[in-house]
Design a binder for this molecule. Structure first.
Ligand code: ARG
Length: 572
């Protein structure tokens, strides 16, 4: 992968400013920002120099404008800013060539080479209803894992299953009362039993005690209890894996809280030495300063069983031993912020030098999951519903002649999945949003299907134009809409880098909407003026140049959507 065209010009601009000022490029670099689009592409504010140079910022900018020159950039001052704009040539050809030569790897880099990131995501609880936050964690985590891979990082994705804890006691004891032995292998049935048992335990202390006792037996290594646990775990896992396959999500590791059974005493002993443990109301807690009203970190309950926090402490230690990560992300709902703050703080108090490499990649809640079929709780239900609605739409569009396909079902699957994934990822992850399947599935507006459609349209133009041309003359691309589109295409590598650094797939999602609308503005020019059509008649050289640009659009959309986990059908 070569240096992105955008970065190359940016570095040249930074270098020329540094030279004119007699400073080091590193001093200038942090100040150069993307310009306000009406002023160009790159901008350098001169305020910080005013004091040292004893000159007004606009005068400094005007002076720099006479001294700074970079081939391929048009440089001018505007008030206190020094701005640079990409010139049509050679920029347009360089960007198109870069996108086309890198193909599906366009937007990737090797910035993370030699570095390792551990990503804990999805992580549903076995034999409990799968909550919508697990769906979000799966989609956000998958996009983030793809982004890190694209930047050359070694990614260790972990599905940290909630496969240990009292809930198994509830299911096991509940099964004797509410279970149908013939349906032991069905997850939906197990979930049903769990829900009933959970409600019963609330009002029936004796029942609750039996569930606890069952979990205690598991922790003590009782073979019979463990065999039943193993069976429930397998049933759930089989079901989860089917869903991940549908989502196109894969994990390097499936492991869960149960991995730490029998390994928690070691970590507790260590905590006892530093920062210390103490008893509180019969439970064992981490002895460290707490804020007023802050609940302490519990390591063992009064009946001696361990907790979520205990297992996460053991898991963090284990992951560092195995992977020596440079970063470890926990893609988990904001609701668990306190848990992670305390987890990281405990590890810091224990003197783990890597404690500040841990990041809680949190996200907000989803509202409005009630749809035509009632409240969607199981992930499969969400997907089924999306695909059913998508299929109706696809059929309508086929009937109206707007879509051509010979496999409506397959297309509906791709659209349904794209709608849900994009509907989630276009929001900044910390914001709450409402699940609105109808809106997510619209072919217009800020949706997955709109982007899939833009991509398919580019593919379609290429097919009708006889394919992507082997050679073309970039100087024939002179329309302002063509330059605007190329400027968007040039940003993909910058945006993927930024989205990775911020663990924020929405940056990429929103950027792709900008690409699609720049494409649409250019593409629709031809509706009014025949000579602006992409497949212009009677001018082969211009047609070839426009097809090459269309090819770069196709590549940009395909690469970006794939990173997000949105399928990219070529025909729709
Ligand atoms: N299973 C947990 C839940 O459903 C999420 C686990 C997140 N990862 C972790 N290391 N705590 O709430």
């Amino acid at each position: 992968m070569s240096t992105p065209v955008y970065d190359r010009y940016r570095a040249a601009f930074v270098g020329a400013i540094a030279q004119a000022l007699g400073q080091q490029p590193e001093e200038i670099d942090p100040h150069v920002k993307p310009a306000d689009p009406q002023h160009g592409d790159l901008s350098f504010p001169t305020f910080p120099l005013a004091k040292a140079l004893k000159k007004a910022p606009p005068a400094i900018a005007a002076d720099l404008a006479t001294k700074v020159s970079v081939p391929g950039l048009q440089i001018a001052s505007a008030g206190p800013y020094l701005n640079a704009r990409f010139l049509l040539q050679p920029f347009v050809g360089e960007v198109i060539d870069q996108a086309r030569s890198e193909g599906e790897k366009y937007g990737h880099s090797e910035a993370g080479k030699g570095k390792t990131v551990v990503i804990d995501y999805s992580s549903p609880n076995i034999a409990k209803p799968i909550a919508f936050h697990h769906v979000r964690s799966t989609m956000i985590g998958n996009a983030i894992a793809n982004l890190y891979r694209s930047q050359g990082w070694r990614v260790e994705g972990i599905n940290y299953l909630g496969d240990w804890g009292k809930q198994f006691g509830l299911v096991a004891v509940g099964f004797q009362e509410y279970g149908d032995p013939a349906r032991r292998g069905e997850v939906a049935h197990l979930v049903d039993v769990y829900v009933k048992a959970n409600a019963r335990a609330e009002s029936d202390p004796e029942f609750d005690e039996r569930a606890r006792a069952f979990f205690r037996r598991m922790e003590e290594g009782d073979q019979e209890a463990l065999a039943l646990w193993e069976e429930f775990r397998e049933t759930s896992l089989r079901d989860f894996k089917r869903v991940y396959e549908r989502l196109g999500v894969r994990f390097e590791h499936y492991e869960g809280e149960s991995r730490y059974q029998g390994k928690m005493d070691a970590i507790i002993d260590e905590i006892a030495k530093k920062p210390g443990t103490k008893e509180s109301e019969g439970a064992l807690i981490v002895d460290m300063p707490y804020d007023e009203n802050e609940p302490p970190v519990l390591l063992k309950k009064n009946d001696g069983t361990t907790l979520y926090a205990t297992r996460d402490l053991a898991a963090a230690h284990d992951r560092y031993e195995r992977f020596h990560f440079d970063r470890a992300l926990y893609v988990v709902a904001t609701d668990q912020s306190l848990h992670f703050k305390q987890l990281f703080r405990t590890l810091k108090e224990m003197g783990r030098p890597w404690a500040d490499r841990l990041i809680h990649v949190n996200f907000g809640r989803v509202g409005g999951q009630s749809t035509r079929k009632g409240k969607l709780t199981l992930l499969t239900q969400v997907l089924d519903e999306a695909q059913a609605v998508a299929l109706e739409k696809v059929k309508e569009n086929i009937a109206a002649g707007r879509i051509q396909t010979d496999d409506a079902e397959k297309l509906a699957d791709a659209i349904g999945l794209g709608a849900i994934v994009f509907g989630d990822l276009k929001n900044r992850r910390v914001t709450d949003y409402d699940f609105d399947l109808e809106a997510f599935l619209s072919f217009e507006g800020h949706t997955g299907p709109y982007l899939q459609y833009a991509h398919a349209r580019a593919c379609n133009v290429l097919r009708r134009g006889g394919g992507a041309p082997a050679s073309y003359d970039p100087s024939l691309l002179t329309l302002p809409e063509e330059l605007a589109l190329v400027r968007e295409i040039a940003r993909l590598p910058v945006v993927t880098r930024e989205a990775t650094e911020q663990n924020e797939p929405s940056l990429l999602a929103r950027y792709l909407l900008d690409v699609a609308s720049a494409f649409s503005r250019w593409y629709t020019l031809g509706n009014q003026e025949r000579d602006k059509r992409v497949l212009v008649e009677g001018n082969e050289p211009v047609k070839h140049a426009r097809l090459a640009l269309t090819d770069a659009v196709r590549i940009t959309l395909a690469s970006g959507l794939t990173l997000l986990g949105v399928p990219t059908p070529e025909n729709m």
